[in-house]
Design a protein around this ligand. Structure first.
Ligand SMILES: C[S@@+](CC[C@H](N)C(=O)[O-])C[C@H]1O[C@@H](n2cnc3c(N)ncnc32)[C@H](O)[C@@H]1O
Length: 277
């Protein structure tokens, strides 16, 4: 029987109904009052209750979340660099590139490049940099800043991490700094990172560790309150990566809210290699 016709659905079937991955549905279960019951270790859903929940508009916030991220960064673009310096300075980039060295001949991609914080440093090391971001306003700042550097090996591309506008096996390394916590289903982006990497290529992710500051979701357009290192490592493995590692990077990210709330969050680094078939 089709999942759409059954009344009692398991996690996979409910994911199909929502048209999201099971990972995303589990996140929705954590974040929202989705009607569901846990029987032992298994989730069970009533199709009718789920359809009512969807019709009530409760899920609209979630569906709109990624579109909201783009608008958020479009608006933030003019002052982003000032904000970023308060969150993390050049230390993050320096530690990351020391731990994940880039060969002179490497073709690399910086996904969610923003105003080019990492792309600028990558351009000094690699032969070519694809710098991808979903926000045209962030890219406009990045282009302006890059023009001051007389570095001619960076190609800025407007595009979505979930559907990267890069060819299969195009790059030696994929970097994503502070991107994943703005992505509803990181599994989709990881699959794209895997696709665009050459066999033997490396993915290098820096992001925030799991934290208790729920206000960052409302105020910073964060879709995730950071990540558990082991969980992120597992997602990388599930995406096909080998030699997966997830560790503390060795610096913090600090941010403040509109009511003076402060958060100091540890930064993690996760890496993996696309196997040579
Ligand atoms: C916190 S900023 C980090 C920017 C940069 N990596 C840095 O460290 O300064 C997140 C960036 O990811 C971009 N972004 C968010 N969702 C994206 C997506 N689905 N695809 C591509 N870029 C995205 C945003 O527009 C923003 O520029």
């Amino acid at each position: 029987m089709e999942a759409r016709e059954k009344e009692v659905l398991n996690l996979d079937e409910a994911s199909m109904l929502f048209q999201v991955s099971t990972k995303t549905l589990l996140k929705m279960l954590r974040d929202e009052a989705i009607p569901a019951r846990k029987i032992g270790r298994e989730w069970r859903f009533s199709r009718t209750a789920l359809m009512e929940w969807l019709a009530s508009g409760n899920s609209l916030d979630y569906a709109a979340a990624e579109a909201g991220v783009k608008e958020y960064f479009d608006q933030l673009a003019p002052e982003y660099d000032e904000t970023r310096v308060k969150c993390y300075g050049s230390a993050l980039r320096d530690i990351l590139l020391e731990k994940a060295p880039v060969a002179e001949s490497a073709v690399v991609a910086d996904i969610g490049t923003g105003t080019g914080y990492l792309a600028k440093a990558l351009a000094r090391k690699a032969s070519h940099v694809y710098a991808v971001d979903v926000s045209p306003e962030m890219l406009a700042v990045a282009r302006r800043e890059m023009a001051k550097e007389s570095l001619g090996n960076v190609e800025f591309i407007e595009g979505d991490a979930n559907e990267l506008p890069l060819a299969d096996a195009a790059v030696d390394m994929v970097f994503a700094n502070m991107l994943l916590h703005h992505i509803a289903d990181p599994g989709l982006a990881l699959a794209q990172f895997f696709r665009v990497l050459k066999p033997g290529g490396q993915v290098v992710i820096a992001d925030i560790e799991e934290h208790p500051h729920a206000w960052t979701k409302k105020e910073k357009s964060d879709l995730w309150q950071g990540f558990d290192r082991d969980e992120l490592a597992q997602w990388l493995t599930e995406s096909g990566f080998v030699q997966v590692k997830a560790e503390e990077l060795g610096c913090d990210c600090c941010t403040t809210g509109s009511k003076g709330q402060m958060a100091r969050i540890k930064v993690l680094m996760a890496t993996g290699v696309k196997p040579v078939a």
